[in-house]
Design a protein around this ligand. Sequence first.
Ligand SMILES: [Ca+2]
Ligand SMILES: [Ca+2]
Ligand SMILES: [Ca+2]
Ligand SMILES: [Ca+2]
Length: 381
Amino acid sequence: MPNKPFIHYLCVSTFIVLLPFGLTACVPTGDSLTDISVAPSAPAIFNYAVNGSKTKKLTFEIDNPGASANLTLLQGEQVLIDNLNIPRSGTQTLNALVHFQALGETRLQLRTINSPVTIKSLEIEDVPHVAVPQFKDISVRAGLDKVNSLKYGGPSVADIDQDGDYDFILNNHNAETSKIYWNNGDGTVTKHKDDLSRWFMQDLHGTALGDYDNDGDLDMLLSRGGGNGTNPSVSYFYRNNDSNFVRYTGDVGIDRGGRGRGARYIDMDLDGDLDLLLVNETGLANQTPQHLFYENNGQGGFTYKSVAGIQDVRSSRTLVTDLNGDNIEDIVMYGPLSIWQGNGDFTYTNISDSIPDAIRELSSVMAVSYTHLTLPTTPYV
Ligand SMILES: [Ca+2]
Ligand SMILES: [Ca+2]
Ligand SMILES: [Ca+2]
Ligand SMILES: [Ca+2]
């Protein structure tokens, strides 16, 4: 017997403008809603009675007139869905699991950014057998700065000081420097005490950690942006000297600038040392190559290498993984999506034709992950 909670809602913009004339645009239909208009300046607010299980599956049929949009669902101040990516224009179906804190009447709010959207239907179903992981923000208690700065890329997480726990580099883009935090092993961290001012510079992007000289410690690459394409910058390379990072950029042969976004250490020629891929955004003049490859010369330095094909891809996000299990790293470039199979000799073969059409048509892809799925013999939903 499906749950049939009582639902009623109103659209804020409609409320303000049309309340004297009635709320004819928003028609509740039991546990499904239809024709909800949400605009960046006009969220939709509605009451919802949480009955049955606290965990629900929400299925949105969304019409997006823009190129892309993002949808957020809030229960009071609590975020239930954070920037659900609506990746293309037109009508599409997306779903999400949410966990309500309590049963009973509550007020929900839908927000959108980048484009107004119309939710043609929203179906809400009980999923009592699924547990949604719950997280609590302990950043300040743990010793992390909460800074109001744009971010780029996720943090770099590794045991930098080799004491058995993960340390963190948190990337900030503009108003704050990127920061290293040492894990104290007791649920707290300590901010790197050395001269952070040398990293207090603007237009920072992603970081990467890898042991480029095979001496047992992790060395760091810090990507720098290119002033929106006007000022291509050379990424900074830091060698790890007993957990002190010393900048060696030019000394190790990294000498070409770009509109830096991220870096990846990959042994691209299978000779046992880590080579470098510096991923850049497209420059204003569409310069080529867009991405920079450096071969590790095995003697503490890098040598620039031209890698035909992949170096000119107009994407600036990267996933490195071994897609075909041959122990050679492959590269997924995305936004737009293309897939490059590593050949182990510093060449990459474009195998993008293997992408299903439904995925190839997506635009504004913001994240890609890879996992090995073993499907159960008895399907469950
Ligand atoms: Ca550590
Ligand atoms: Ca090292
Ligand atoms: Ca190598
Ligand atoms: Ca491979």
